[in-house]
Design a protein around this ligand. Structure first.
Ligand code: DX5
Ligand code: ZN
Length: 228
C-alpha cells in the first residue's frame, strides 16, 4: 500500500491534492491518504485537526490514514474515528491507556494504529500491539516532512514482520519518514506493508505518477511480499 502524506501538499487546495493522488484511467491511485495531525506539544509543529479531517472526508473518497502526533490521544483520537477515518494512529509515547484506546478506536469504526518514534523500542509493546491493526514505524523524528530516512529502524520492521508472519501479531506494518525512490526498496525488503511518502510524492511534478513509481519499485524489490 502507498499512502501519500498531505503534509507536503498545498494546504489551501487539499481536496485537489487528494484527487491528484487518487485513481485515474491509467492507474489505481493511492491506497490511503496519510493525514498528519500535529498539536505543537507532542511535536514542535502545528498542522490541522478534526474540522479539516471532516472536510476531507466529505470532499474525497480516498481512505484517510490519520497520524495523530498529539498529547493525550486517549481523549482526542476517538473523534477522528467517528469522523470516518479508516485508520487512526496514536503514539505509544503519548497514550496513557493504549489498550483501552485501541478498543475505543475500533468501537468507533476505525482501524487502530500504534506509532513508535525512531528511538522507541518495540519489545515493551508487543502485548499492547495485539490490540492494534496497524504499527507505524517512524523512520524520522516526527514533526516535519522532508527529513532523511533513519535505516536503523528497519530492525523493528523486520521484528514486526517476523511476528506477523509467524502468527503472533496480526497487523499492517507501516513506515513513515524519508521514504522515496532511494529508500523504499530496503523498507520493502525489510517487510513493510504500507509506505507513507510526503515530499517524494507532493514535491514531484506529477504526484499521481510518483505514487505509481514508488509502487513499481516495491513490486520489483519485494515481489513475494507484493503477491502475498
Ligand atoms: C513526519 C510525518 C510524515 C511526513 C513524511 O512527522 O509523520 O508523515 O509527512 O514526510 P516525508 O515523506 O517527506 O519524510
Ligand atoms: Zn505521518
Amino acid at each position: 500500500m502507498i499512502a501519500p502524506s498531505i503534509l507536503s501538499a498545498d494546504f489551501a487546495r487539499l481536496a485537489d491534492e487528494a484527487v491528484a493522488v487518487g485513481p485515474a484511467a491509467d492507474r489505481p491511485g493511492s491506497d490511503w491518504l496519510h493525514v498528519d495531525v500535529m498539536d505543537a506539544h507532542f511535536v514542535p509543529n502545528l498542522t490541522l485537526g478534526l474540522p479539516v479531517v471532516k472536510s476531507l472526508r466529505a470532499a474525497t473518497d480516498i481512505p484517510l490514514d490519520c497520524h495523530l502526533m498529539i498529547d493525550d490521544p486517549d481523549r482526542w483520537a476517538p473523534p477522528y474515528a467517528e469522523a470516518g477515518a479508516t485508520n487512526v494512529t496514536v503514539h505509544v509515547e503519548a497514550a496513557h491507556e493504549p489498550v483501552m484506546l485501541a478498543k475505543n478506536l475500533r468501537a468507533a469504526g476505525a482501524l487502530a494504529g500504534l506509532a513508535i518514534k525512531p528511538n522507541t523500542p518495540l519489545d515493551p509493546y508487543l502485548e499492547v500491539l495485539r490490540h492494534y491493526d496497524t504499527l507505524l514505524v517512524m523512520s524520522v523524528e516526527p514533526g516535519f516532512g522532508g527529513q532523511s530516512f533513519i535505516p536503523e529502524v528497519l530492525d523493528k520492521v523486520r521484528e514486526a514482520r517476523r511476528l506477523v508472519d509467524t502468527g503472533h501479531l496480526k497487523l499492517i506494518v507501516e513506515i513513515d519518514g524519508g521514504i522515496n525512490a532511494d529508500t523504499i526498496a530496503e523498507a520493502a525488503e525489510a517487510g513493510v506493508d504500507c509506505f507513507v511518502a510526503g515530499s517524494a510524492v507532493y514535491n514531484a511534478d506529477d504526484p499521481g505518477r510518483a505514487v505509481e513509481a514508488l509502487r513499481d519499485t516495491v513490486r520489483h524489490s519485494a515481489p513475494q511480499r507484493w503477491e502475498g
